[in-house]
Design a protein around this ligand. Structure first.
Ligand code: 28F
Length: 646
């Protein structure tokens, strides 16, 4: 019935004008609720505009047309994306408008998205180029096709500025889109060369033999990605700085219309690194394909170990985590549209049940075959897994000892020396401050709110956990104190519901050493208490950089920019004090500015892209300051907490 109504209204009533009004209403709806279409209007949302346009170019490549995509970040904040595909069709649409006008102004225009077998409509992908146009103050599409160069221009959220016209001749083919995100919608946002490069590199890995180039005209940076060996190159890239145990294992197969391709390689590290993709889009929260892969390798290794009598103890078996220790893997599955199901808030988790059984059986069969054909590699991986199992069991026994009381005194002793506890018993309300340096720690202890705030001073640099095993962590005094203070275990046995604190707050000086300590601590939490980050319980305190004293009193200033702004508004005499570190504030000042929930500004730590963060942590541990700063900006999504200064 509804279908009938739609058809009849299109056939008879829709005059050109009425059509145009509808289009403007459609685009206006996007401008009114941008979040519904692109998730958010922050930096992340603005990058969605780029992904949207780039994905159209990538689809053209996937369909077999073109092999080159270029992205230019211009100085004025606009972006150009170009491909060498067939070019958007330039003929007249049945409405009387040109096809490009329809594609770039009508929501979900064109059969392209429905037809393309693997176009992902999961989550926020594939909302269409018209959404980008609606959220841009300027957009220009140039098409090379049929021997001509044609161009159409829009402004002001998708209004036609100049209809499609021929502007030249050329034998080339392709599409070039330039757009300027609307500054009213994306306030103070800028594009990040790093973010765009990372995503483009990932796409280049997943679609072998395409070249993707990214150029930042503002900072004169450029990057070019081209990989002939697809996800094999991807896993090699991830393991670039690690010692690998063998050449990548690679297999691909199709079952029940689902394609599964996997590249995996063991390293001598303790980290597990699994990245999964569905129809070339990352599934950041995993899902059924990842579960299937994990079950498949666990079974294959256990079966192989048992049939070759390689396990100690007759009922012994390896846990999934033992089998994954040191493993890097890329899982890429292709699922037809009608079977696609996504879950979770950000739609980053595959729900399709069939993907689980298919990935599991393909993985199991291929790994089993590989192990039988490669005895030596099989033995080295199994030896490592066996060690992981033994370490896991030893750690569990040690924890049980502690629980039974034997270790308790020791634990108490470790803590009593340093930790100033909170007296309150409402753990969710309690806060643990990890403070850089004994002197700042000493200042914080007497002024804290004793009921809810605990202070643990940290001396000097924290152990770099990038390459440390759980044993090394447990042997490190500083980190053990943190573990005991939080009291919720470590690694696999970590249980955030047992935490003695609802908030863990890292408080360091606002200088280079301070930011280094932040990263080291975040790395520790990321590796050994990850649920704490996932639950939004980890924070970074932001001590002020300056205090300004005027006749009216003292005011604290957080950033250099704010200081400049403030200076402009001040007349008469004033005195600026710069705090080089927490230690330069007197205790009351420290409490007032950085610890008091009424005034302080806390930033919640959330790791945007876990896998790349892991790789980058590596880069960061060097002595260079710039990449570290950049890493903090790009990766750790410091979202302002609710209780920040006005
Ligand atoms: C810079 C971003 O958007 N590239 C694109 C094509 C090619 C075709 C197409 C696009 C036709 C009727 C929808 C060409 N020839 N890069 C891009 N390249 N869209 S977008 O078609 C759109 C459909 O309605 C194309 C034959 N078929 C398709």
């Amino acid at each position: 019935m509804l279908y009938f109504l739609m058809v009849s209204s299109m056939a008879s009533k829709n005059t050109y004008d009425e059509h145009s009004i509808k289009i403007l209403e459609g685009l206006e709806a996007v401008r009114k609720r941008p979040g519904m279409y692109i998730g958010s209007t922050d930096k992340r949302g603005m990058h969605h505009l780029v992904w949207e346009i780039v994905d159209n170019g990538i689809d053209e490549v996937i369909n077999g047309y073109g092999d080159y995509i270029k992205i230019l970040l211009h100085k004025d904040g606009s972006v150009t994306v170009a491909d060498n595909g067939r070019g958007v069709p330039i003929g007249k649409h049945e409405s009387g408008k040109s096809t490009p006008e329809v594609i770039y102004t009508i929501l979900h225009a064109g059969g392209k998205f429905e037809e393309a077998g693997y176009k992902v409509s999961g989550g926020l992908h594939g909302v269409g180029a018209s959404v980008v146009n609606a959220l841009s103050s300027y957009m220009e599409v140039t098409i090379y096709r049929e021997g001509k160069i044609s161009q159409i221009k829009f402004h002001d959220g998708g209004k036609v500025l100049s209809p499609l016209k021929t502007i030249g001749e050329s034998k080339k083919t392709g599409t070039i889109v330039t757009f300027l995100p609307d500054k009213e919608i994306f306030k103070n946002c800028t594009f990040s060369f790093t973010t765009i490069c990372e995503r483009m590199q990932e796409s280049a890995f997943l679609l072998s033999n395409v070249t993707i180039e990214v150029i930042d005209e503002e900072d004169n940076l450029s990057a070019k990605y081209h990989y002939e060996n697809g996800i094999i190159s991807f896993v090699e890239y991830i393991n670039e700085n690690r010692n690998v145990l063998h050449k990548p294992i690679h297999f691909a197969s199709t079952k029940n219309k689902i394609d599964v391709e996997i590249a995996m390689q063991y390293t001598d590290s303790y980290n597990e690194q699994i990245l999964s993709f569905v129809n070339n889009v990352k599934t950041g929260d995993g899902g059924t394909h990842e579960v299937g892969f994990k079950t498949g390798i666990t079974k294959a290794f256990n079966d192989y170990a048992k049939s070759n009598n390689l396990l100690k103890g007759k009922d012994a078996s390896l846990d999934g985590s033992d089998v994954r220790e040191g493993l890097s893997a890329i899982i890429s599955v292709k699922i037809p549209e009608d079977l696609l199901q996504f879950e979770g808030q950000t739609k980053g988790k595959l729900g399709t049940p069939e993907a689980r059984s298919v990935t599991e059986s393909i993985t199991y069969e291929n790994i089993k075959f590989f192990l039988e054909e490669n005895k030596e590699i099989a033995l080295s991986i199994l030896e490592k897994a066996q060690k992981s199992k033994e370490a896991r069991e030893a750690a569990r026994k040690a924890r049980e000892q502690v629980r039974k009381g034997n270790g308790k005194n020791n634990k108490e002793r470790v803590l009593s020396e340093k930790l100033a506890k909170a007296t309150g018993k409402d753990y969710a309300k309690n806060e643990l401050f990890l403070v850089e340096g004994d002197s700042a720690g000493g200042s914080a202890k007497p002024v804290r709110n004793r009921e809810t705030q605990a202070i643990l001073p940290l001396r000097g640099k924290v152990l770099n956990c990038e390459k440390a095993s759980q044993h090394e962590i447990e042997a490190n005094a500083e980190l053990r104190q943190i573990e005991y203070a939080i009291g919720a275990g470590l690694g696999q046995s970590f249980d955030y519901t047992e935490s003695n604190y609802g908030k863990v707050i890292i408080m360091t000086d606002a200088d280079v050493d301070g930011s280094h300590i932040q990263i080291l601590l975040i790395t520790f939490f990321y590796r050994f208490m990850r649920p704490l980050i996932e639950q939004g319980m980890l924070y970074v305190a932001t001590p002020p950089l300056y205090a300004i004293e005027t006749s009216k009193g003292k005011e604290y200033i957080a950033t250099d920019e704010e200081l400049e702004e403030k200076k402009k508004t001040l007349k008469g005499n004033y005195k600026v004090q710069r705090f080089k570190g927490l230690g330069e504030m007197d205790p009351d000042e420290l409490y007032e500015t950085t610890m008091d929930p009424k005034n302080r500004r806390l930033m919640r730590v959330s790791i945007t892209d876990a896998a790349l963060a892991e790789k980058r942590i590596h880069v960061l541990m060097g002595d260079e300051v710039a990449p570290r700063k950049e890493w903090i900006n790009e990766n750790v999504d410091f979202t302002l907490e609710d209780d920040f200064r006005k």
